[in-house]
Design a protein around this ligand. Sequence first.
Ligand code: F0G
Length: 462
Amino acid sequence: NFAKFLIFKLPATTCMTLQGKSCLKCISHKCGKEYPIPVFEFNCTCGNLLDVKYNDTPSQNLKEVFYQRRNPQGSIFNESGVWRFRELLNFCEIDTEDLTQCSQHLVSLDGAEGRQSKPYHMSKVAKFVGIENEKLMLQPEGYNPSGSFKDNGMSAAVTHAKLVGAKKIICASTGNTSASAGMFAANENMECDVYIPEGEIAPGKLSQAYQFGTQMIHVNGNFDDAFTKSLTAAKESGSYTVNSINPFRIEGQKTIPYRLLEFLEWKTPDWIVYPGGALGNTSSCGKCLMELYEWGWIKKIPRIAVINAEGANTLDVLYNGKFEDTELRWNDGSPNTELIERYYTKMNDDGIRPKTKATAIQIGKPSNLLKGIRALEYTDGIVISVTDKEMLDGMSVVGLNGFDCEMASGAVPAGIKKLLHENIMKKDDEIVGILTGRQKEPLLPIDYHNEPTNQFARPPKR
Ligand code: F0G
């Protein structure tokens, strides 16, 4: 079935005649330069990141269309939890009801991306964080085909890669991005190079990348070093970057909040909670909420809470004024970028390297920092950090509800617990947390449960 769709691939040139219903636009208010959709340079000439912008306001009747597509009627694009919402990320400017056009353009793993994701109540997590069960929902994104939320964004990014006729995609990764990129590249017959911080990623993620036929490039350094190298390599070889600086990744990841909002009948919760790494998710959720509010689809804006690992807490430090007593803010499009530069220089000078067992979020220089603080400003968001031990407890209590998640996702229950304890979140608030990825580091739970002093440990008997 899927092979059939590949036959209909259009040559890239056919796609260059977009109708101008969308464009790329620099996020800086001072600059605001616009670019056509079919480019693959994701930085403005002024150095800032780009957003996808749409000219039209989508009709609210689409809420009913999306709901009806949950009976997919044989279409993988209705089955897909990403492309079910295709009108809201129609940067290919196709006729979204024309399934031939969908097949020609939209990249899908046979409808599997986002298909299984929706929010659930998890009573043991609610008890752990200290709130009534009906007030808390968690949305596992680990049941995506490659085992993490990345598939939401990757299906959209690889769709754009196809649109511009890219032959090779490239990324740096703490593991999940490489697994997702490798999976989609394999399906689309594209080459895929992945830059990996050697020895710093979960074996389960590494093995996926090998399995999907990626070319691994080991970098002696951390994720930030690998990312810099991958960008240089992409520029030199004309390859297509699929890290979250890619604005189409951000578009695809908007479907994470779409699915949770749809589940809540488009009534917004008080909080949406994410672990914070490169801040792609934070940026994407912020953009999603800005658009929905602007279109009149939602009446209230939920607050975003980002949970950093204590050992990789750049956002926490900068946002909460822990460096130079200055709180970094989006500041209506004029953020204090010198503050960021000074902090990065200090990190280099003092040898501050991100360090956490939650390797997925072991990131010192979040590449979406500015989009992230824009999302936080728009949503009156907050940022805190949690320890490795707190994340492991969070991960483990999710398991006791019959769901599994990885340690970085354990930051979400851990962070909610802390925020409730500090009375920043209130007992009658409605909270939705995103469990970003599935367990791919088998030794972590084994070690956790073999240590009897851990809160949820159940050590083996002899
Ligand atoms: N959770 C998991 C499971 C992740 O893999 C990542 C990022 C994050 C959270 C952080 O998300 O970057 O949107 O703030 N992993 C990337 C990777 C960096 O390479 O797989 P973010």
